[in-house]
Design a protein around this ligand. Sequence first.
Ligand code: KIV
Ligand code: ZN
Length: 514
Amino acid sequence: MDKDRVIIFDTTLRDAEQTPGASLTVPDKLEIARQLARLKVDVIEAGFPISSNEDFEAVHRIGQEVEGPVICGLARVVLKDIDRVGEALEGADSPRIHTFVGTSDIHLAGQLRKGKSEVLEMAVAAVKHARSYCDDVEFSPMDATRTDPDYLREVVQATIEAGATTINIPDTVGYAVPEQFGELIRQLLAKVPNMSDAVLSVHCHDDLGMAVSNTLVAVKAGARQVECTLNALGERAGNAALEEVVMSLATRSDYFGLHCGVVSKEIIASSRLVSRLMGIGVPPNKAIVGANAFAHSSGIHQDGVLKERNTFEIMSPRDVGLEDTSIILTARSGRHALRHRLEELGYRLSQEELDKAYERFLTVADKKKEVFDEDLMAIIGDEISNVPEKFQLEYLHTVSGTGTVPTATVRIRIDGGDCVQESARGDGPVDATYAAISQATGVVAKVDEYVIKAITGGSQAMGEVTLRVVEGDLKITGRGASTDIIEASGKAFVDALNRLEVRRGRQVQQAQAV
Ligand code: KIV
Ligand code: ZN
């Protein structure tokens, strides 16, 4: 094994799936897993099979259908969890079982209500059981950064003895600071006698905004696997961003002296796919993948970059898969031109998806004359989805204006069958639209966040609406785009209701399974 190679373990399909508002279907997960294989990550954590039948199926199908990376499933240190991962990964080319348990005093007393020795025995038994399914077993002492260091080393030593081939040190609550975290990794490498029998990994959360720094300090200290997600998504504030870790290693190889196998030109395509399928936009200032990450707006910077790129640019946008925009499509552009540009933007569509996108493209091109890349991305985000469309917005008419009571009439097709038509009033046309959609679908979900943005400039610009709805304890994001902002708002609401249906179905399964 090359001692300078860092293993990239992607947990977008497991930890990022826990992002508030996110929801992925099994086909979504397969599509992301295929893209992760093109990105050439080393390990894909595909899900938590005991948590739902859907997660089980996703891990199973990814294990069967996605070639290249190791496919990993998560399990608590509970034998039936491990059996479920073993079953899901049966027949996979390179399976890994990842088992975890909280080891900090806070977790032992607060959640597990067990003593140190009992938890250590459970961890050892779980690793041994996992080894009866496969040779590749990862163990995580959850909340490691708040765990008593002596106990942490004891657990690590015992689980390696039991057969763990990777030991992952999670900063579960994003509590670590870089200097201390680096020291923790150095201490483990120096003091655990059998540490060299396993790969040392880290898994950092971003609660204090230090996930990437902690990850990088850990590899500098000797860790050789990093767990990360695309677009930094994940539980609460998210995980270390894959794109930031990978590009830091590449751009500052002078400092780190390390490398990984990721094909960086696939980063943008991967980021866009995850954003579209999860329905969660990328902040414009997000490092590497945000819309402004390579945009120079100050005059001095623009002048410098035009004269000599590296005056203000430490990486080339091409290295992450951003090509120059040279083609602007119009209503005269054919399917072939559309496919070509979409592929350059990182979208690989089936014929059926392309036909759907082309139809919508023509409608937009008729209204807008010139269709820019940002418009295309919004069209794809809107039209190409694996979320089953229980509800479809067939018709929307609103009346509003000064001195008028805003009203909306909608027609919603339910389950591809009959349409239900309803009208409602509201504080404004959007509010009235949501009230009418709620009446037609029978789903009363509250919109607790609503963001509208113009995708390109000018009054003909497409508007994109991202919103979050709350129903009971569920929070789901939806997205819609149109040259008509009320229609974009209606579509976003219907998208959220469809995702809510998926999530609700999964909640029922989870309650039955765990
Ligand atoms: O954050 C965490 O501790 C985890 C573990 C399951 C590795 O996600
Ligand atoms: Zn985590």
